[in-house]
Design a protein around this ligand. Structure first.
Ligand code: NAD
Length: 268
């Protein structure tokens, strides 16, 4: 056999993208999280069919163009995973993932999207498929800014975030990051999807908790222009807006990690 043929490089099995590939052991993690959630975290959901949910999840993106993902792709998955969050218990967040989840981990009757089954299963994972193969692409996946915005991961989060907001009722909450300039970011999922999918017939009030990093200088973020923008949007949507800087129960959690800081010692 001529040497040249032996050295011929195999063409890549999948298209090459700019973002990291599917998380290793994606399917096992997904299924494991489904069982942990339904058997341990919320045992009232113990009759959930995790195998069926796992299959519906992967069917939404396998053998498909990872830049052509649609809400419809995820519809069968969404239909298998309806979950009721009680009124007044929804917590949104933007640029404050860790703090918001620290809070709901302690305040167990409050729910972020990641405290519901689908959010819990998918949080922190990456996934994509390919038209030319029925396998996941572990090499690379589309980067949402550099490749395409309608990629399988972004469309999933847009779809589940939309439903999470549509289902909310009563008073809803949002943890915002007051230590960055765009505390309310119109381009974020919260600003783009969640705010506009709240139903004013069901959601009468949105309470924003603007939290400052403990090390940063205190500033009055409820009156900042980006938060004022949120206030105006809610006004046109007939939803009452209430804003609190450094909401105390969340501040106390920040203080657990930084007990010696002056704002924890003296300002409580
Ligand atoms: P954020 O800006 O802090 O983003 C949250 C995460 O989503 C980050 O990892 C960010 O890199 C990623 N992200 C944001 N927009 C994206 C996009 N278009 N494509 C791919 N990744 C994107 O906060 P946010 O955007 O306001 O999203 C948080 C809110 O939306 C929460 O209320 C939550 O309900 C929901 N959400 C959760 C996740 C998650 O990873 N658990 C992702 C998106 C949205």
């Amino acid at each position: 056999v001529p040497v040249g043929i032996l050295m011929w490089r195999q063409p890549p099995k999948h298209k090459e993208w700019k973002g990291p590939g599917t998380t290793a052991h994606f399917y096992e993690i997904l299924l494991g999280r489904c069982y942990t959630y339904t058997q341990v975290v919320r045992p009232e959901l113990r009759h959930t069919d995790c195998q069926k949910i796992g299959k519906a999840f992967t069917s939404a993106f396998l053998s498909k163009d990872p830049c052509g993902s649609t809400e419809q792709d995820y519809r069968p998955l969404m239909e298998l995973t309806t979950q009721i969050v009680p009124c007044d218990k929804t917590v949104f967040w933007s640029k404050s993932s860790e703090l918001a989840h620290d809070y709901t981990r302690v305040q167990r009757d409050m729910y972020t999207l990641e405290d519901t089954l689908l959010g819990y299963m998918a949080d922190g994972l990456k996934w994509c498929g390919d038209t030319s193969s029925s396998e996941m692409n572990y090499q690379s996946c589309p980067h949402w800014r550099e490749d395409c915005s309608n990629n399988s991961v972004s469309v999933f989060w847009n779809t589940v975030s939309k439903r999470f907001a549509e289902d909310a009722c009563g008073v809803v909450h949002v943890v915002l990051n007051g230590s960055i300039s765009n505390t309310f970011d119109e381009k974020s999922t919260f600003g783009r999807v969640e705010v506009f999918n709240l139903h004013p017939e069901k959601v009468h009030t949105l309470k924003a908790w603007v939290m400052h990093n403990i090390e940063s200088v205190p500033s009055d973020s409820c009156s900042s222009s980006s938060v004022n923008n949120l206030k105006q949007i809610l006004k046109t949507r007939n939803i009452i807006f209430i804003c609190q800087n450094n909401y105390r129960p969340v501040r106390l959690l920040q203080c657990v990690k930084n007990p010696e800081h002056s704002s924890c010692k003296y300002n409580l």
